[in-house]
Ligand binder design. Structure first.
Ligand SMILES: Nc1ncnc2c1ncn2[C@@H]1O[C@H](COP(=O)(O)OP(=O)(O)OP(=O)(O)O)[C@@H](O)[C@H]1O
Ligand SMILES: [Mg+2]
Length: 494
């Protein structure tokens, strides 16, 4: 195939308390290629990348760059070796400016006197070279996720990184932003750089990768040129079994209307939203990013205000001005932005899981710890959360496993209506299936689900009805028999 080996890792071992995260891992990345890394949630992808980026130190094994053995002890050291990483969980200080962020840890001048003139000059040069519309003095908190990524890539270029790691870069950006990112990746590859690309979206991998390495339970199953692979093969190697049917949709008896929304409006966000959900139904909201779906759901749950309209749950009108009101009425919500509003990082899996259902576990002023333990265990088995125990701190779980705990937290409460915004983001194919099964179970019990998803196949696969939104209004409604991707796209853009 292409060029010479740029990066080689061999015999890498890494253990955390109670977990062997990586076990004699070997893989090679060639110059001027995009190398995809696939594997289930908790397979060890991020851990391996953190070792290459000097965040973690391996217990054993070697890393070679351009044939030379290197010891990478620190992210700054990785930078000097030409390695840059765009992390799965983007970390940045919101109050820093663009220029401060770009030169963080390597400010020119002396520690006593930073050469800010030089910083400003270099920042402007870099921004101009890459055609980015940011100002050096703009605060980080004003940038979108996609813009922060662009800035991270700029940072990689400013240190002339030859190895650029991207850990699930497309999990929270729009389709249009994905296209921009892919063009950039193409350009980086053509400049002879090596890109390591992690994603659970297999279609992306077939679009941009030259080679793919598959990890399972901390070991490498194999590395292959992309031409030799297809989706089915990758899934089989990742999961260890064949997955025939990705969507476990069953016909469930549909009952009375359980949730009804009339003329729901929030000035400048969305207008005249009218729809209903019946018992046993899974109802989807389709539309492009920015069409207002998330805004409607957030307002329905009381996270954001609304200006007019009425909402009925079980034929009773409810006033929702705070998530408290929604929860008391019997509504649960899994938000899109789970990092900010989803977890308590320094608490255990069990504590995070129970958080939404505490009154269920408290009777007569006492915690029914056995019930709490059993309910948690039941969900974590169903969702196959990878962790040494229920007492494990949630912040030590892999990205996808943290997501699963948040999903379980709301499912455990068994609300009458569960709102799910992008529920399977960052979740691998095998585990998506488990989540769909749980959704199906909720429907079977005569409850209802509202789901927002940017993955149209997911809505087509699991929903009974789909509403389509565009520019803050509902532009169409389709029943399952009439589901049609093209019709939905037409409504989404009309
Ligand atoms: N700092 C840590 N402390 C303890 N355990 C950890 C730590 N970081 C990772 N682990 C464990 O190592 C294993 C591999 O995690 P890793 O984050 O590498 O998975 P991943 O392949 O990136 O998964 P995902 O697709 O969910 O992001 C998991 O079992 C995880 O819980
Ligand atoms: Mg990860």
């Amino acid at each position: 195939m292409r060029g010479k080996v740029k990066l080689k890792v061999s015999g890498i071992e890494k253990s955390f308390p109670g977990v062997k995260a990586l076990d004699s891992v070997h893989f090679e990345v060639k110059e001027g290629t995009v190398h995809a890394l696939c594997g289930e949630n908790g397979a060890g992808k991020s851990t391996l990348m953190k070792i290459i980026n000097g965040i973690h130190r391996q217990d054993a094994g070697d890393i070679h760059i351009d044939g030379e053995k290197v010891a990478i002890n620190h992210p700054q050291h990785a930078q000097q070796l030409g390695i840059a990483m765009i992390a799965q969980e983007l970390n940045f200080v919101p109050e820093l400016t663009v220029e401060e962020n770009l030169f963080l840890g390597r400010l020119p001048g002396s520690s006593a006197r930073v050469d800010w003139k030089q910083v400003r000059k270099s920042t402007i040069e870099l921004l101009e070279r890459e055609n980015l519309p940011f100002k050096p003095t703009q605060l980080m908190k004003t940038l979108s996720i996609s813009e922060i990524q662009q800035l991270e890539i700029l940072k990689a270029l400013s240190i002339d990184a030859q190895i650029i790691i991207m850990d699930e870069p497309t999990s929270s950006i729009s389709n249009k932003e994905v296209e921009t990112l892919f063009q950039k990746i193409e350009q980086l590859r053509n400049q002879g750089r090596s890109i390591i690309y992690i994603s659970h979206k297999l279609d992306e991998i077939f679009r941009i990768a030259d080679e793919v390495t598959i990890l399972r339970d901390g070991t490498v199953v194999g590395s292959y040129p992309i031409e030799e692979m297809d989706e089915e093969n990758i899934i089989r190697l990742m999961v260890g079994r064949k997955l025939d049917n990705v969507y476990p949709k069953e016909a469930v008896a549909v009952g009375q209307t359980i949730f009804e929304v009339k003329d729901f409006t929030s000035e400048g966000e969305f207008k005249g939203i009218t729809f209903n959900v019946k018992r046993g139904e899974i109802v989807g909201f389709a539309g492009l990013v920015g069409s207002g779906r998330t805004e409607v759901m957030r307002a329905l749950f009381g996270l954001d205000p609304h200006t007019s309209g009425s909402v009925y749950l079980k034929e009773q009108e409810i006033n929702i001005n705070h998530p408290r009101d929604a929860i008391a009425a019997g509504i649960g919500m899994i938000t899109e932005d789970r990092k900010r509003s989803g977890i308590v990082p320094v608490r255990s899996i069990k504590e995070n899981g129970s958080l939404a259902s505490l009154e269920k576990f408290f009777t007569g002023g006492r915690l029914q710890w056995k019930k709490e333990e059993e309910t948690n265990r039941d969900y974590f088995e169903k969702m196959d959360v990878k962790a040494p125990s229920l007492e494990t701190l949630i912040q030590t779980l892999s990205g996808g496993n943290q997501q699963k705990v948040i999903l379980a937290k709301w499912m455990m409460r068994e609300p009458d209506l569960l709102i799910m915004d992008e529920p399977t983001r960052g979740i691998d194919v095998g585990n998506k299936f488990a989540i769909y099964q749980l959704m199906q179970q909720i429907a079977r019990e005569g409850k209802a689900i509202l789901i927002v998803s940017s993955e149209l196949p997911e809505l087509l696969g699991m929903c009974d009805r789909i509403y389509v939104m565009n520019q803050g209004t509902i532009t169409g409604e389709l029943k399952r028999e009439a589901f049609d991707q093209e019709v939905i796209m037409k409504y989404a853009t009309m």
